[in-house]
Design a protein around this ligand. Structure first.
Ligand code: ZN
Length: 245
């Protein structure tokens, strides 16, 4: 079974559709979504509907909770808050119910997944080895997928033991997951990359061969930006898509 890994879609339908086409061509037959389906982008309903149609296995992110009124907005920066308030008004009752149904943690054969970290599933950021180690200490599966930082990263430790550290994880590089290790992988953000590369990011986990590949996929940024501006969302939310910031 090949799983497409989707994180931080953030209401960007053009990025989501490009990534889904790419993963389909790469042989994905199931999809994991690591939360933040909505917030920032102009298509929160359509993105929820894509995931529902695919029967993607999803967990909830902090922006999803915020759009449901289940997360304290004072923790968010003004741009994120403006987008969350707009999104909350847009969501259909069906999509609100869908987001409300999502758990904080998901798993399957040989993997776990959360939005942020196993330490605090919806809020903690894994931006360095120390935070990775704390999450790996709570991990039982060989690999755990996370999002939330919008920046790709791969960490490993010896099974039940010491941290090996941060590993090379270039786009297009197929990483063989060694049986004696546990991995923590962030394949990047679909809808709002923040690593200086504007292309949409996603991953493919092949459970049969024990391999993981992350990808960058160009998409129609102009249309996503035009929709953000037309919706009256903050201008920077459109601008940052070109910068990958
Ligand atoms: Zn996010």
């Amino acid at each position: 079974m090949r799983y497409g890994i989707l994180a931080d879609i953030h209401g960007n339908l053009e990025a989501l559709d490009a990534v889904l086409a790419h993963l389909h061509d790469a042989g994905a037959s199931a999809y994991l979504c690591l939360g933040d389906i909505v917030g920032y982008g102009a298509d929160p309903n359509a993105c929820c509907e894509r995931l529902r149609a695919l029967r993607a296995q999803c967990v909830v992110g902090n922006h999803d909770l915020a759009a449901l009124g289940a997360f304290d907005l004072s923790w968010m920066n003004p741009l994120a808050r403006a987008a969350v308030e707009w999104t909350a008004h847009q969501l259909s009752p069906e999509n609100r119910a869908f987001l409300r149904s999502l758990p904080e943690e998901g798993d399957g054969p040989g993997f776990q997944f959360v939005h942020g970290s196993l330490v605090e599933p919806t809020t903690a950021y894994i931006t360095h080895s120390f935070a990775a180690r704390a999450s790996l200490e709570l991990q039982h599966a060989p690999v755990c997928f996370v999002g939330h930082t919008h920046v790709p990263a791969l960490y490993a430790r010896r099974r039940g033991g010491v941290l090996v550290g941060r590993l090379a994880f270039a786009a297009g590089q197929r990483v063989v997951l060694e049986p004696g290790r546990q991995y923590l992988a962030n394949c990047g953000a679909v809808g709002q990359p923040r690593d200086g590369n504007p292309d949409a990011a996603c991953g493919l986990f092949d459970a049969d061969t024990g391999t993981l590949t992350r990808y960058r996929v160009p998409y129609d940024i102009d249309t996503a930006q035009a929709k953000i501006r037309a919706a009256g969302l903050p201008f920077w939310l459109a601008e940052r898509l070109t910068q990958g910031a």
